[in-house]
Design a protein around this ligand. Structure first.
Ligand SMILES: Nc1ncnc2c1ncn2[C@@H]1O[C@H](COP(=O)(O)OP(=O)(O)OP(=O)(O)O)[C@@H](O)[C@H]1O
Ligand SMILES: [Mg+2]
Length: 235
């Protein structure tokens, strides 16, 4: 349980226009943890996820995930890293509308080198497990928001990533669909999946995570797992 999966060490990210999204943020997430990242709009939450996913690079500090120095990867290395280590769930699903549900899932597995038959088998199994097996041949446009977000979660899990990152996974959903996704994340973590969930939704944070990190103006201002007195003093 105490093996670190994500290690951010004094990470700063400043954009070309002078905006600073993160200021010396340090965070360690261990295997099996479910962490909620909360904070006002513009505080740096998505930037933090993008740095962990290797979609962006820090200006200072180090990002290590599952032993890989993510901040040092080139473009190819970064794409390979994402395929093997990261499952990402975006706020607005980002499904390919011209592909069926099953094809949306098969795609990342094929890119990662999985054979077609095995990818199809895995897709069918995941869709069944997530309660959307009957939509395998449907196109995403026909599904409800909650169902689409479930497909997005299933796709993120196709390559069995050590780490699942979700950016506002219930942001575009009504409360019933939000609860569906919340239960799903809860179940995944109960099965041992490590989760980092960015959200404005306190109910989601409470329901499916066991640790809360707050960000304000690019700094980590609160961490319910923090042990050191300096971090405690910030509360
Ligand atoms: N590509 C970019 N170029 C310039 N500034 C950016 C870029 N991406 C983010 N920023 C700025 O960095 C800061 C943090 O942005 P970020 O998207 O991480 O916030 P957030 O906490 O995810 O906000 P929200 O809750 O609205 O999604 C903001 O001031 C934002 O305007
Ligand atoms: Mg954001």
């Amino acid at each position: 349980m105490t093996e670190p999966v994500i290690e951010l060490h004094e990470v700063s990210r400043r954009y070309d226009d002078g905006r600073t999204a993160l200021r010396q943020a340090s965070l360690t997430v261990c295997r099996g943890e479910a962490v909620a990242v909360l904070g006002p709009s513009g505080s740096g939450k998505s930037t933090l996820l993008h740095l962990i996913a290797g979609l962006d690079r820090p200006d200072a500090g180090t990002v290590t995930v599952d032993g890989v120095r993510v901040d040092r990867l080139d473009e190819t290395g970064s794409a390979l890293y994402r395929r093997s280590k990261i499952g990402m769930v975006f706020q607005f699903f980002h499904l390919v509308d011209d592909l069926t549900v099953a094809e949306n899932l098969v795609l990342p597995a094929r890119l990662a080198g999985t054979g077609r038959a095995e990818a199809k088998r895995r897709a069918a199994e995941l869709l069944e497990n997530l309660g959307i097996g009957r939509h395998t041949r449907a196109y995403p446009g026909r599904l409800s928001g909650g169902e689409r977000q479930r497909v997005a979660v299933a796709r993120a899990l196709m390559n069995r990533p050590p780490l699942l990152l979700a950016d506002e996974p219930t942001g575009a959903l009504d409360s019933a669909a939000g609860q569906e996704v919340s239960r799903l994340l809860q179940d995944l973590n109960a099965d041992g999946q490590t989760l980092v969930v960015v959200t404005h939704d306190l109910a989601l944070a409470r329901a499916c995570t066991n640790r809360t990190v707050r960000i304000g103006d690019g700094r980590i201002t609160e961490d319910t797992a923090a042990q050191d007195p300096a971090a405690e003093a910030v509360r």
